[in-house]
Design a protein around this ligand. Structure first.
Ligand code: AMP
Length: 308
């Protein structure tokens, strides 16, 4: 059975979209990564921290999907990381209303013994020093280290971010963040510059416009499935990353050809995530639904042009 380790937030989110509003619901980068990866029948370990306000049923929901939460520290009397965001009408942009670090402010991640040999490591969106610390604790060098980050860390911990970026294989980042990190507007040039910072593979997520994969002059594009209704985009980026990492952990094949499939799986799973609030859709997603939509992806992109 494949094994994946991820570090990230297990959080409470309060979300506002044009379709409605939630109270505090289960969210967090590691939660979305774990739920996406659970589609591949692998064992995923989460390293994170929560307060004792995190309901046991939320952790159980993850455990029921073969997600190991023994690396999730529960701080007695502590409060869980809380994030709140409001989406604009186009659903492509959002305002962060609240970020309360709470227990995350003093997080010293400890990787459980059983996951120190994980062949695939997904460093989810967190402080770059926390990401480095997890990488340092691996007893065996992972076959593939994937890192996800966001503008928040570029603005507040750029040097630490550049240090950890040197040590990883794949970076997943959205288009605006790729531009900010590289100082280049063209995504092709941005990928080149980020490549020079360390990673062999650059995945640039473009929301409803799909994702690009770059590696040493090779380039691949995966569309996002055009959906009639996007209900809540929260977690789509993490779900994409979890789908990518989960597929690699299952296949243990890190060739460019196989990474194309990983990008397609990431896009496919993200297209489900946005159909309901928070994790709701990913909690009930079936293999049959995933496969049916993969067929739709194939049809969307397949064409036969005869070339002389
Ligand atoms: P995404 O929509 O994929 O960018 O991810 C949204 C998730 O990221 C939410 O569930 C939040 O709890 C979590 N999140 C928001 N801000 C941060 C942050 N600064 N660090 C880590 N996780 C965050």
């Amino acid at each position: 059975m494949g094994k994946l380790l991820t570090v990230g937030t297990v959080a409470f989110d309060a979300i506002e979209t044009p379709f409605g509003k939630t109270d505090k619901i289960l969210g967090g980068s590691a939660t979305f990564v774990g739920l996406a990866a659970s589609q591949f029948g692998i064992r995923t370990g989460i390293v994170s921290i929560v307060g004792d306000d995190m309901p046991q049923e939320y952790l159980q929901l993850l455990n029921d999907r073969n997600i190991d939460t023994s690396g999730v520290e529960i701080v007695q009397g502590g409060k869980t990381f809380f994030w709140s965001g409001r989406y604009h009408n186009d659903m492509n942009s959002r305002d962060t209303l609240v970020t309360e670090l709470n227990t995350l402010a003093d997080f010293n991640p400890v990787v459980p013994e059983a996951f120190r040999d994980a062949p695939v490591l997904m460093l989810g969106n967190l402080h770059p020093l926390t990401q480095s610390s997890v990488l340092d604790q691996m007893a065996v060098k992972p076959k593939l280290v994937i890192l996800d980050t966001m503008n928040f860390w570029m603005n507040s911990a750029l040097n630490d971010l550049l240090e950890v970026i040197k040590r990883i294989d794949v970076i997943t980042i959205n288009d605006e963040e790729a531009r900010q990190l590289s100082g280049e507007y063209s995504l092709v040039n941005a990928a080149k510059k980020i490549h020079d910072m360390g990673p062999q593979y650059i995945v640039i997520k473009k929301g409803e416009h799909g994702a690009l994969l770059f590696n040493n002059g090779n380039m691949f594009f995966a569309p996002a499935l055009p959906l009639a209704e996007v209900f809540d985009p929260t977690g789509a980026g993490d779900t994409f990353a979890g789908g990518f990492a989960g597929y690699i952990a299952k296949t243990e094949d890190i060739s460019f050809e196989n990474m194309k499939n990983a990008v397609i799986y990431g896009s496919n799973l993200a297209s489900f995530c946005v159909e309901r609030f928070g994790t709701e859709r990913m909690q009930v997603l079936t293999t049959e639904e995933v496969e049916a939509r993969l067929k739709a992806f194939k049809q969307l992109t397949q064409f036969e042009i005869e070339l002389s």
